[in-house]
Design a protein around this ligand. Sequence first.
Ligand code: FES
Length: 176
Amino acid sequence: MLYLASSLTAHRAIFFAGALNRDLLPLTITADAPSPSSDSISPLYNIAELAQYNIPSVITTDDGSYAFHGLVTQALEIYLDHFFPLSPVPSPLSPTIYTCGPEPMMKRVAAIALAHNLPCQISVERAMACGMGTCQSCIIRVKKPDPAMPPLPGKDSCYRLACTDGPIFPASDLLW
Ligand code: FES
């Protein structure tokens, strides 16, 4: 995500970060930034690693120990409902969502993105034993058959490898 952030300096971007509590956020919260309230979804320049790329952040903690009290997916949904209400036709100004983290969280992000008709890219998490396409431990099922791989019998899907085909996949393709 930090590498992605470094490549987005010519674009508007907002970073959403969530953890169980403040101590588990693997990021540097700047002491001089305003302290957000427990229901705030206003992006602030309060994460040093993102602020250096001029990217503001919305922080959430499950226990309310810092910033938005709740799940990061809840904050994202409120933000999108407010600023990008569902449109049947994607606008050129529509944002793209990029997500990484625990799979249940990413599934919810994918569902929110699809419900808002927004493109979303998922960095999938899979156990990777070899990392070079040999052991097949990192398979993930996707919707669109890859011409290079046979679809599953009777199904409009096939398997891809997170290590060599991904790990980034469009949310609309994933069958998890
Ligand atoms: S990690 Fe072995 S095939 Fe992907």
